[in-house]
Design a protein around this ligand. Structure first.
Ligand SMILES: *[C@@H]1O[C@H](CO)[C@@H](O)[C@H](O)[C@H]1NC(C)=O
Ligand SMILES: *[C@@H]1O[C@H](CO)[C@@H](O)[C@H](O)[C@H]1NC(C)=O
Length: 196
């Protein structure tokens, strides 16, 4: 009788200890989830126009021998800082350059320079479009920024900023001027431009 009473109270103690542990685990888990939610920057705050192209200088944009020759300089303003930016530039849906952007100067804006050549084969319609823009002296060029924030390494926040630009080729008469253009920022990586 005394033995079984002892066993009973031992069992009760074990049950209490088990319940106590479960409560502690539940509280810790809840606190952890709360913390990690609050530690993250709100994605919605960063959407919209957080980048603008203040000035653009296009000193070369030629298509010949199935090659695009380009020299484009952009000055941008930003209202957000991030750890990593990869920029892609496309013309008529063909990405002709991808490069990392120096983010160390972000507190005073960004300077992007794209210069080089890339093998491109434009079809008949695209050549017609190129020739039209060539005679007007203004080219429709898309610059896309893929942004990464390193605040959470296992789940880095990614945003994509699209800058839809009408860029005049720098010429001696200078009749066309570039108009400052706001970029459109969305959450997530644009699969066409942002590789990882
Ligand atoms: C951008 O800014 C730099 C430094 O102020 C300047 O040297 C460069 O010419 C500017 N580029 C454009 C396209 O305005
Ligand atoms: C055209 O480009 C090809 C390689 O893409 C090169 O081998 C060839 O020499 C070039 N032709 C001219 C006229 O530049």
């Amino acid at each position: 009788m005394a033995e079984s009473e002892g066993t009973k109270s031992k069992n009760l103690k074990l049950i209490f200890a088990g319940v106590f542990c479960l409560i502690i685990i539940a509280i810790s888990a809840g606190f952890y989830i709360y913390q990690s939610k609050n530690g993250k920057t709100d994605h919605n705050v960063l959407k919209g126009s957080v980048f603008s192209v203040i000035n653009a200088m296009l000193t070369r944009f030629d298509y010949s021998n199935n090659t695009l020759y380009y020299n484009l300089n952009l000055n941008m303003s930003n209202s957000v800082y991030c750890d990593y930016i990869n920029a892609g530039v496309s013309y008529q849906n063909t990405i002709f350059v991808h490069q990392n952007v120096d983010t160390s100067t972000m507190s005073s804006g960004l300077n992007l320079n794209f210069q080089g050549q890339h093998p491109v084969t434009l079809d008949k319609d695209q050549v017609t479009h190129f020739n039209k823009e060539h005679s007007s002296g203004v080219y429709h060029i898309n610059v896309v920024l893929c942004l990464r924030f390193k605040q959470d390494n296992s789940n880095p926040m990614i945003l994509t900023s699209h800058c839809d630009l009408q860029v005049p080729l720098q010429s001696s008469n200078g009749k066309n001027v570039f108009h400052a253009t706001q970029c459109d920022t969305k959450s997530g990586a644009d699969p066409n431009f942002c590789t990882n």
